[in-house]
Ligand binder design. Structure first.
Ligand code: ADP
Ligand code: MG
Length: 394
């Protein structure tokens, strides 16, 4: 377990917090501020406990240059609005300069300051020691609460921890507790559901989960590469041709590990990749040559739902069909409902799966929906995340 802000004394200390304020901007206006509001529990805790708060984040990809299109100014304004108080924002291309240092030194307990986009400096993504030291020089304590970038070793996510005591904020604490624990220390039976478009994207996740789960359910586009490996005709379904051999190997590995691997037994096929395409249900061994599988069929839905019912821990990564098209969303809806009804631990670890669950109005029925796309995947792959590894252990 990693120390959190609650495990240290922050009163009167300057605390620099790496947040994920990488919000979508439309014509300079924040289109969705969920990332800002999600950061508030940690920020408010620090304010209430008398810390002098310095916030930092990246926004977009300014490529190491001070491109004002990616200024954090709109974020500063929104934070002021949410907190109902003025926060200090010094927008300088070098992120840290003499004025920034002076303002940081002059902070009073409970005051909040935001630095300019850390990716204005090319040293940020290089995890440069000098830039890490500049950031560390502003504060007494480092808090990482940006899960979405925790898989990156950058100056503001990991390098800075070489120079300051480092702990996690509440967002990272929650990710470690639910996503980390679900995989490393699951209540059994542990069922993982993998879907999405391509096997290639998720090989390492499948390999890691095979070592941990009791049952591995595979749906979505990636299933067709497994069907191909088993010798079935898959028509015009999405195929990851480079990974057919690997799919065959994974099938063998599952058997050797005693993991129950479940693939669809029937599918919903369509002529074209379109919602209103001619469509039909068919058993797996009867996919017509000119059609593509875009969802799981009703028999498969029942099998998957049954498997989820018995689970005490469920991790779901990747929709089991093209849920963006209503005519091919049934399978993903059935899986989402099964998770919603499960009284054990249910964790969603994938951008599109999370979007699906939100879209179906079932988000609040899940134990945890992970917020970091790439970071969640690396967690599921069993990798060490540099932005978490650098934090102090309890
Ligand atoms: P996540 O973001 O949850 O990790 P992915 O990004 O791996 O999920 O995959 C999501 C995409 O997979 C969705 O856009 C969905 O339409 C697509 N998909 C699911 N099933 C199929 C299928 N049978 N054929 C083609 N694409 C599919
Ligand atoms: Mg995705």
């Amino acid at each position: 377990m990693k120390k959190t802000v609650k495990d240290i004394d922050v009163s009167g200390k300057r605390v620099i917090v790496r947040c994920d304020f990488n919000v979508p901007l439309k014509d300079g206006v924040i289109a969705d501020d969920i990332r800002i509001s999600s950061a508030m529990p940690t920020i408010k805790y620090l304010i209430e406990n008398g810390a002098k708060v310095i916030l930092m984040s990246h926004l977009g990809r300014p490529d190491g240059k001070a491109d004002m299109k990616y200024s954090l100014k709109p974020v500063a304004d929104r934070i002021s609005e949410i907190l109902c108080k003025e926060i200090i924002f010094v927008s300088v291309p070098e992120v840290v300069n003499e004025e920034v240092k002076k303002r940081a030194e002059g902070l009073k307990s409970g005051e909040v300051m935001l630095l300019e986009n850390v990716r204005f400096r090319k040293e940020e993504t290089k995890n440069d020691a000098e830039f890490s030291r500049e950031l560390a020089g502003l504060a007494d304590i480092f808090v990482n609460d940006a899960f979405g970038t925790a898989h990156r070793a950058h100056a503001s996510t990991a390098g800075i921890a070489d120079y300051l005591p480092a702990v996690s904020g509440f967002l990272i604490e929650k990710e470690v507790e639910f996503l980390g624990n679900a995989v490393e220390n699951p209540e059994r039976p542990f069922v993982a559901i993998m879907g999405g478009a391509k096997v290639g994207d998720k090989i390492s996740v499948i390999e890691n989960l095979l070592k941990k789960v009791d049952t591995l359910i595979i749906g979505g586009g990636m299933a067709y590469t497994f069907f191909k490996a088993q010798g079935y005709e898959i028509g015009t379904s999405i195929l990851d041709a480079d990974h057919v051999g690997l799919a065959a190997e994974l099938l063998k590995k599952a058997e050797a590990a005693g993991v129950k691997l479940m693939l669809p037994v029937d599918v919903k096929v369509a002529k074209e990749f379109k919602n209103d395409s001619i469509a039909a249900y068919c058993d797996l061994d009867k996919i017509p040559a000119e059609m593509m599988g875009l969802d799981i069929g009703p028999k498969t839905q029942s099998l998957f739902v049954e498997a989820v019912k018995e689970a005490k821990t469920v991790v779901w990564n990747g929709p089991v069909g093209v849920f963006e098209m209503p005519n091919f969303a049934e399978g993903t809806i059935a899986v989402a409902k099964a998770l919603a009804e499960n009284t054990g631990i249910t964790v969603i670890g994938g951008g599109d799966s999370a979007a699906a669950v939100e879209q179906f109005g079932l988000a609040d029925k899940m134990t945890h929906i992970s917020t970091g796309g790439g970071a969640s995947l690396e967690f599921l792959e069993g990798k060490v995340l540099p932005g978490i590894a650098c934090l102090q252990d309890k």
